[in-house]
Design a protein around this ligand. Structure first.
Ligand SMILES: [Ca+2]
Ligand SMILES: [Ca+2]
Ligand SMILES: [Ca+2]
Length: 199
């Protein structure tokens, strides 16, 4: 990685995430995008849409959207631009530890509950891969991500491991942070170069 790449790391990670969020590809994030992403997750995990876990996930996504947009949507027009996303997430989460936990923990808990499809109290690599499909992550990148995120190596992803990964992914400029691997190899050319946003 060149110094230039390191400079861009956090921007590139946030851009990847913006791309995941912008479900209709119109270049801005809106609440409909957030709910569409939630629906994709429910569908790929194979959860019935009316189940308690699915309803809890929709609710968590709705609250998450409110939390993020109140911090990030500077002109409060209900649309988050790529520039608002980059600058706002830094301010809302990298510089505000409590804000990060408040925004992300309820979503992590709802996601974890729905990912544990067989209800055995752990999220294994296969369950994690179903979740990753909703983001268009390849099977190989999902496998790499799981290995990096499962820090205690017990073959299961915990809520805390997920939160630690998110924290690093969304706020850390450290090129060695394991959370950088949330969606696999972000340094792959098609991800590193192919996810640039129009500012
Ligand atoms: Ca959109
Ligand atoms: Ca499980
Ligand atoms: Ca673990």
């Amino acid at each position: 990685m060149s110094p230039h790449d390191v400079d861009q790391l956090l921007d590139r990670k946030l851009d990847v995430c913006f791309g995941h969020g912008d479900q209709n590809g119109d270049g801005v994030l809106e609440s409909a995008d957030a709910l569409a992403l939630a629906a994709r997750i429910v569908a790929y995990i194979g959860e019935p849409f009316g189940s308690d876990n699915a309803q809890a996930l929709f609710k968590a996504f709705g609250l998450f959207w409110q939390h993020v947009s109140s911090a990030v949507d500077f002109n409060q027009d209900g649309r988050i631009t790529p520039l608002e996303w980059r600058t706002g997430l830094r301010r809302a989460f990298a510089e505000d530890e409590a804000g990060f936990t408040e925004g992300f923990r309820p979503l992590a808990e709802a996601l974890w509950a729905i990912c544990d499809r067989d209800g055995d109290g752990s999220v294994d690599a296969g369950e994690f891969a179903c979740f990753q499909k909703a983001f268009g992550t390849s099977a190989e990148n999902s496998r790499i991500a799981f290995e990096k995120l499962d820090r205690d190596g017990d073959g299961s992803l915990s809520v805390d491991e997920l939160l630690t990964a998110w924290k690093e992914y969304y706020t850390s400029p450290d090129p060695d942070a394991p959370g950088n691997w949330l969606f696999g190899d972000i340094w792959q050319k098609d991800i590193w170069e192919g996810t640039r946003v129009k500012l």
